[in-house]
Ligand binder design. Structure first.
Ligand code: PLP
Length: 386
């Protein structure tokens, strides 16, 4: 392990992120190594990013090979690796999509999805769901629940937004109207507390969108790319949205995101309708291919489903009283503040996550997590006690 040099200099980083007491210097599989020699089990995966864990051989080789072959060319140049990544992603989704627009971040994917909906419907209102998180840009902050009070930071929102109460079927008809351009929803909410929305609620959103001519956008930035144990939560729920946005696990740490569009949405695309410099870069696309290749060849969706069930059956102990979410977007409800349990786990060399719900500890582990790691979590929770 290469220890990074310590420095007495200030780090000059904008002080906007609270820091865990966890000086990570390297990682392997599901384990983080710290400067002070600890090995920490990573059940958080860098905010749901490290789907294949750390140092995955296929992903590492793909990135290195692509870096040596061709590190970058813009979208004005046709690249086989870009086409292959798009084809592979659409095949992986097993849904009715025929067009992919690659970008760099989850928020950017959502921005472009909204843009498509405004252009297609010639309407200017959006409906989102309470407790949603869709990003920090002007448009995605506007559709994020509670952003105005917390961190929105812009003088006004760029369009009108209605928020639908979670799982409230009657509120769907109230908030989604003939003026609505799009409904955007995380089928399993991430920041909102690993909250799996009810199937009948998502179906009601789908039906209401059809009724009023609005587009349905599934934000699967966090819950997509296999995290629920299905390629996308859309297939888990049996719903075909008009667009899916995805990021995080998509590149396993190489920054990238994608907007998937149905043939109807894609038909509205024109030259220069959307744009990006870095989106669809060859290294990102090589990583996307490698992620899908690993998920498929290592049967990781089945592993997510199996180990998730194991966590639910073995880890409702100590401070944990219930579980919610899906696959490896799991919310463990704690009898005392999740923050305290998070800190106690970290003292026992396990990194979990918290969420917008103060009683929910969020687990977003790499898909390669095994039974033995679940045992470690169980033992730590028992040790913490209720
Ligand atoms: N949408 C969801 C569901 C997210 O969880 C996030 C980030 O946490 C975003 C969008 C924004 O993604 P990014 O931080 O890549 O812009």
């Amino acid at each position: 392990m290469n220890a990074e040099p310590t420095s007495a200099l200030p780090d000059f980083l904008a002080p906007v992120f609270a820091q865990y007491p966890l000086p990570v210097v390297s990682a392997d599989g599901v384990w983080l190594a710290t400067r002070d020699g600890r090995r920490v089990l990573d059940l958080y995966g860098g905010h749901a990013v490290a789907a294949l864990g750390y140092g995955h051989p296929g992903w590492t080789l793909a990135l290195r090979t692509q870096a040596q072959r061709l590190s970058f060319q813009s979208n004005a140049v046709p690249l086989e690796v870009r086409t292959r990544a798009a084809q592979r992603l659409i095949r992986f989704s097993a849904l009715d999509f025929n067009s992919v627009f690659f970008v760099n971040s989850g928020a950017e994917a959502n921005e472009n999805a909204l843009k498509m909906a405004f252009n297609l419907t010639h309407r200017s209102q959006v409906a989102a769901v309470q407790h949603s998180f869709h990003g920090r840009t002007a448009a995605t902050g506007a559709i994020t629940w509670g952003a105005a009070a917390k961190w929105y930071g812009y003088p006004r929102t760029p369009f009108d937004v209605a928020f639908i109460a979670r799982d409230d079927l009657e509120d769907v008809a109230r908030q989604v109207t003939p003026a609505t351009a799009a409904v955007i929803v995380e089928p399993v909410q991430g920041v909102g507390g690993a909250y799996d929305l009810r199937k009948d609620f998502l179906q009601a959103l789908h039906e209401r969108c059809r009724e009023v001519g609005a587009l349905l956008i599934f934000d699967e930035v966090q819950c997509g790319m296999g995290r629920t144990g299905a390629p996308f939560a859309a297939s888990l729920y049996g719903i075909q949205p008009d667009m899916i946005t995805t990021a995080k696990a998509l590149g396993n740490g190489f920054p990238c995101a994608a907007l998937l569009m149905t043939p109807r949405v894609a038909a509205a695309l024109k030259l220069d309708a959307l744009g990006t410099t870095f989106g669809g870069g060859p290294m990102a696309c090589a990583c996307i291919e490698a992620v899908i290749q690993a998920i498929e060849s290592e049967d990781l969706l089945a592993q997510v489903r199996r180990v998730s069930t194991l966590i639910r059956s073995r880890c409702l102990v100590g401070p944990v009283i219930a579980a919610q979410g899906a696959g490896f977007l799991l919310g463990l409800r704690t009898a005392r503040p999740a923050k305290e349990v998070h800190a106690a786990l970290l003292e026992r060399d396990i990194l979990a996550g918290t969420s917008g719900d103060p009683a929910i500890l969020r687990l977003l582990p790499p898909f390669i997590l095994e039974d033995e790691h679940v045992d470690l979590l169980r033992r730590a929770l028992l040790d913490i006690g209720s």
